[in-house]
Design a protein around this ligand. Structure first.
Ligand code: SAH
Length: 346
């Protein structure tokens, strides 16, 4: 029989599980606190649980973990972690230091099947989705190794969050639960390449998170050249879903736009983007491309990036140029994992 992944259980689920084992319900609260607040990694450390109960937990459950196996630290304090999962697969987690606190960017899948042409994460396709506990563990492990509290979480690492929908939604609920790390949903951002059906589901969940859309092009033709997912959903469908998302949740949507030299960074693209987003309560995040060997494109010239922003401003579209953090390490998602797979870092 497969051992139960107790770290992926919500508190009510854990209570039910504990009662099935013949224990008192309040033990679930203690167990939950050890796993999600004290962040211990072994049942033997849970000193207020009866020895008999601990023994059963050791026999019948698994304590999923993420083990940090490599750490790169950039001059600006950005740390990139290579994490090993219990089955030997590896993923990446990034910790960025801002004046308002520590942000952690987590992976949601091992690999990705979306195939965006410029992205390193998608090179070997999708291996598997992460469990809820594996997503939580990335944050817990960062707190353990840095000794600092995490205040913001972004789902922008390897993988497509809405392609792992149920686990991602449960992860958000558990991460923001007062019995866990209690990270405010307002400080959690989910980034998607634009799976419209997933966006429609997400707006019904009653979550106060920020939705970020990887748009990268103002028109479908150009977008299809950059992102295969554009063959499934049109930009009009995405914008329509975003308007509804805002109406339903009151949360301003972010559009990510990675600038690729000579591809999508012209004045005409900026004007088209401004027209597309006109009147929308949104924010545009301009990301100068992080070029990946063997993948599409070079980084936009600085002057073009600034010009692009200026045009958006002229049309009163809010935007920021993403601070390039950790550019002296393998910052683009998937790069460190790919290197590791190729044996370069061993
Ligand atoms: N699958 C999700 C989240 C992961 S990617 C999504 O597509 O949104 C996080 C962001 O980084 C996305 O906007 C993605 O398109 C972008 N990105 C991926 N590779 C990049 C690169 N090499 N340079 C700049 N941005 C990149």
């Amino acid at each position: 029989m497969e051992k139960a992944d107790i770290k992926s259980m919500t508190l009510p689920q854990l209570q039910e599980f504990v009662e099935e084992l013949g224990e008192k319900k309040f033990r679930a609260g203690q167990l939950y606190q050890w796993m999600h607040q004290k962040l211990v990694t072994q049942v033997s450390q849970m000193t207020n649980l009866p020895a008999e109960f601990r023994k059963r937990l050791e026999e019948e459950t698994v304590m999923t973990g993420c083990r940090m196996i490599e750490r790169q630290t950039a001059e600006d304090g950005t740390c990139k972690f290579l994490m090993e999962l219990s089955d030997g697969n590896t993923i990446e987690t990034v910790r960025m230091k801002y004046h308002h606190g520590n942000s952690v960017c987590i992976s949601t899948q091992v690999g990705c099947r979306m195939g965006c042409r410029f992205c390193a994460s998608t090179v070997g396709g999708l291996v598997r989705s992460l469990t809820c506990s594996e997503m939580l563990e990335q944050i817990y492990e960062v707190q353990r190794v840095t000794g600092e509290r995490v205040s913001n979480v972004i789902l922008m690492g390897i993988g497509e969050p809405l392609d792992n929908y149920d686990n991602v939604v449960r992860f958000i609920r558990m991460l923001s639960d007062e019995h866990g790390l209690h990270i405010s949903q307002r400080n959690i951002t989910v980034s998607t390449c634009g799976l419209v059906d997933g966006i429609h589901r997400l707006m019904e969940e009653d979550l106060a998170i920020t939705l970020a859309i990887s748009l990268h092009a103002p028109g479908d033709k150009l977008r299809r050249e950059m992102m295969p997912v554009a063959n499934r959903f049109s930009i009009d469908e995405i914008i329509d879903a975003c308007r509804k998302y805002f109406e339903k949740t009151g949360r301003r949507v972010t559009f990510e736009y990675s600038l690729v030299d000579g591809k999508n960074d012209g004045k005409e693209h900026a004007i088209e983007l401004a027209a597309l987003l006109k009147g929308m309560n949104c924010h545009v995040n301009l990301i100068p491309l992080n070029p990946v060997e063997g993948r599409m494109g070079e980084r936009s010239k600085r002057t073009n990036v600034l010009e692009f922003k200026k045009i958006l401003e002229k049309y009163r579209i809010n935007s920021t140029i993403r601070r390039e953090m950790g550019s002296d390490i393998d910052a683009a998602c998937g790069q460190l994992r790919n290197k590791h797979k190729g044996g370069e870092t061993t």
